[in-house]
Structures are given as C-alpha cells and as structure tokens.
Design a protein around this ligand. Sequence first.
Ligand code: NAD
Ligand code: DAU
Length: 359
Amino acid sequence: MILVTGGAGFIGANFVLDWLAHGDEPVLNLDKLTYAGNLHNLDSLKDDARHVFVQGDIGDRALLDRLLAEHQPRAIVNFAAESHVDRSIHGPEDFIQTNVVGTFRLLEAARHYWNALPAAKKEAFRFLHVSTDEVYGTLAPFDPAFTEDNKVEPNSPYSASKAASDHLVRAWHHTYGLPVLTTNCSNNYGSLHFPEKLIPLMIVNALAGKSLPVYGDGMQVRDWLYVRDHCSAIRRVLEAGVVGQTYNVGGWNEKPNIEIVHTICTLLDELRPRADGKKYAEQITHVKDRPGHDRRYAIDARKIERELGWRPAETFESGIRKTVQWYLDNPDWVANVQSGAYREWVARQYEGEKEGAQA
Ligand code: NAD
Ligand code: DAU
C-alpha cells in the first residue's frame, strides 16, 4: 500500500479517489482533519476496504512509527500542509509547525523505516513531497516561466514554510540517501476545493448573492491546473520519476485573477441565471490587496513532459465548466464546510471591506 498524508483535503482527497479509480493498491490516509480536512470528501469510499483512514498529525513521530511498522507502505505521498496564503499572513505558527516541523518528523520516520527495509523493498521505496510553484517567488510580466533550476525566493510565510520543507526533503536525500521525489505545482482548481481560495470562493459568494472580493487591481497572474491533472502528474512521478529530482507541474494556462472571476460569472449567467435578470459580474468588488502579494506565477512544465511524458488532459475551458457545475450540483457539501470556523475566517479576512468599485 501507499501512505498518503493530508488525504482528506482538496488535492489529497482528489488524489485518493483518483488513485483508487486507477488501480487496486490500498491507501493508508493520515490526516489531522484541520478546518481544511473533510471526511465527506471520501464518502464514496466508506465501504471500500482499499481505503484506511487514520486521524492524526504528521508531527506525531510515535504515531508515524507505529503506522509505518504496521502497514509497511512502499511509498509516502506527502500532501499534508497548511495551504492558504492569507491565513499564513494572519497566523504563521501553524504553517511552521505542520509544513516545516511536520515534514521533518515525517522524513525522520520515513528514514528509519526505510533503513530497516530488506534490500529489494528499500530500493523500491519512494517519498514523494508535494510542493508549490510559490517557492520560486514572483515573476515580472515578461520573465520566462519557472523552471526547476530557478532560485528559490519565497515571499509569504506559507511559501517560505513550503520552501523550507522542500530543502529538508532535498537534504534527506543528499545526506541519508532517502529516495525522494518533489513536485512543484501551480494553482489547482476543481471539485472539493475549500471555499477560502479564489475560484470556489467566487462561485459560492456569487450564488449566495454576496460580493466577489478581488484583491487590488485583479491583474495578478496565476497558472491554473485542473486538480485531476495534478493527480495524474503525481502518479506518473511516483511511477517513473528519477530519485532526487524535482518536477514542475503546470497547465500552461496563465490568467489574471479578474479574468478568472469574469469567466465564473459568465458560466453562472448561463448555468444558473440570477433571479433578478442581472449579471453576476455586478457583484464584483475590488478590495484591499494581500500584503506582499506575488504578481505572477508561471510554470515551465517541459521537464515532466519530456522525461515522463505527462501532459494535462483538461483545458481551462473544460475544467472550469466542470468545476462550476460541481459546485452547482453539491450545495450540501458547500453548506457542510461553511461551519462556524469558516464564517469567522471570512468575517475576519474581509472585515471592513466596503462594496468597492463595481466592475
Ligand atoms: P488543503 O488545505 O485543502 O488540505 C490540506 C490537508 O492536510 C487537510 O486535509 C488537513 O486536514 C491536512 N493537514 C493539515 N495539517 C496536518 C498535519 N499536521 N498532519 C496531518 N494532516 C494535516 O490543501 P491542498 O490545497 O489540498 O494542498 C495539498 C498540498 O498541495 C499542500 O502541500 C500544498 O502546499 C500543495 N499544493 C497546493 C496547491 C493548490 O493550488 N491548492 C498547488 C500546489 C501545491
Ligand atoms: O500557486 C500554488 C498555490 O496556489 C498553492 O501552493 C496554495 O496552496 C494555493 O492556496 C494557491 O495559492 P494562491 O495564493 O495563488 O491562491 P488563492 O486562491 O488564495 O488566490 C489566488 C489569487 O486570487 C491570488 O492572486 C489572490 C487572489 N484572491 C484570492 C482570494 C481568496 C483574490 O483576489 N480574492 C480573494 O478573495
């Protein structure tokens, strides 16, 4: 079996579902179930013996040692992290604990487990660390996209904590020989995306008749990848990636935020027109910018394409349509994640924002 950490979150849950749709190798899923973890994401696996869920922290070394000894995974795929940049600005502590200390503890547990494996299993073992393009910092409008050789220049507490974890993973390979792989992916979108992030927040706010808060001028650029394409990239890297290597994963799909928001509004106008006949775009407001906001990310994904033959299957047009439709079809999921804690976060993050200039 494989051990997946953070498998109840957005990408982790999509990965577990995707993994079990593509084969029968069981998954041991270790997730702390923070505000971002949601077991309902895995409801379809309730009676599936191939999925074993354990609630726990990647920072809990005793638990890790016990799980590794008991389940003997052939690989670890590490998704577990605090993942929201705005939250890292309000409170970086959890990001250091999980993303840095947690990754360190997981690496140490993996190293001791791996060291004691018999030769053939030792040779085959992999530790795949899921990371982000944000570790590379920000790009000017005409800079070339990030390659794996880019300098690491993180700008937010979140990206600094992810960069630190990437460095630890690299060092555990260089020093101890742990067979690691690292992926640095661009912005994901798709089903099960927690509605604190741009795309799901805009969809749920639009449907609730609330304002659509675009930070600053909305001209920050992100490179969007459909989540199931990220999952297929991770499967491919786990299968054929060269130990010690880093692979950038992206969708060749750079778009300014304001364009994303307009696309969502247009899709909703078509799929669920407003009762008053007005356009959803009338709900767009410009709000104060994120401190230290990175202006542009772009991924050069030629290495994974060339060496591992991976390419995204989804275009942005097909992926965003599926995504909007998923949120329309799953109001219960949205209601379920909008707990008291979620409402407190939204009130705090957007407090004092007046209805700004209507776009
Ligand atoms: P998410 O916030 O939706 O999910 C994170 C999951 O990790 C949750 O289920 C949470 O309960 C769990 N978790 C948090 N702390 C934990 C701990 N200490 N021990 C065990 N579990 C813990 O995040 P996501 O968007 O699914 O991102 C998953 C990974 O992919 C992260 O490492 C993130 O940095 C990386 N990534 C995300 C994106 C993106 O666009 N979302 C892009 C590139 C890379
Ligand atoms: O690039 C990969 C990263 O993408 C991942 O590593 C992170 O885990 C993931 O959260 C994401 O980070 P971003 O900061 O790019 O995603 P977010 O959805 O928070 O914001 C996307 C863009 O939209 C960013 O420029 C900020 C802007 N934004 C976001 C929110 C929540 C708004 O304009 N308004 C908003 O309300």
